[in-house]
Design a binder for this molecule. Structure first.
Ligand code: FMN
Length: 183
């Protein structure tokens, strides 16, 4: 059965290493009959969570803040798979991605938790200059566990600094295979 996949791409570089992983993943996922929607967060107007605990999941826009998260909430609500894609910044995901993830909290608030569970799965795509992925993996695994999303795995592409460094590397194939495996 075809799945709806949402990719939250937290890289600021449209043609960077993370985006190359995203493209490869999407190619594989679409070849398996899935629908892929990518959000390039850096070009979107997304503000940090205000911590007001005033969200209501059942509202069309569940958050009190009105910005481009309004495009992401319905897509995430409807999707089967959420892919978090990011460069490694100081041993973590980029601020662009972390900010969007915090804002997803509004879907957990109100009468019904629309974020947690719901037979959703998740995957992680990351690029970095080095190989220090331990801390971000800990965060990602905690997030998946908290949200009760099935973890489909991670493609972690170390050794990539400049745009284009990832070209021809095996992680692109791994990302494509991960996409293809979603059915
Ligand atoms: C603000 C900043 C922080 C970074 N922190 C790390 C880091 O902690 N570890 C690492 O290996 N690379 C780090 N890098 C390098 C990027 O992860 C690397 O250049 C990556 O390939 C960028 O992905 P992109 O092409 O998708 O933007 C950092 C780069 C920037 C700009």
């Amino acid at each position: 059965m075809s799945k709806k996949i949402v990719i939250l791409n937290g890289s600021p570089r449209k043609n960077g290493n993370t985006s190359a992983l995203v493209k490869a993943f999407a190619k594989g996922a679409e070849s398996a009959g899935n629908t892929v929607t990518e959000f390039f967060l850096d070009r979107m107007d997304i503000h940090g969570c205000k911590g007001c605990f005033g969200g209501h999941s059942s509202r069309e826009c569940p958050c009190v803040q009105k910005d481009d998260m309004a495009q992401i909430y319905p897509a995430v609500k409807e999707c089967d798979v959420v892919v978090l894609a990011s460069p490694l910044y100081y041993w973590n995901m980029s601020g662009q991605l972390r900010t969007a993830v915090d804002r997803l909290f509004a879907l957990e608030e109100g009468d019904v938790n629309l974020l947690r569970g719901h037979d959703r799965s998740c995957a992680l795509l990351m690029a970095a200059e080095g190989h220090g992925f331990d801390d971000v993996l800990l965060y990602y695994n905690h997030l998946a566990e908290h949200l009760r999303w099935k973890n489909l795995g991670a493609v972690l592409a170390g050794g990539n600094c400049d745009t284009g460094d990832i070209a021809g590397k095996p992680e692109l194939e791994q990302a494509e295979e991960l996409g293809k495996s979603i059915q």
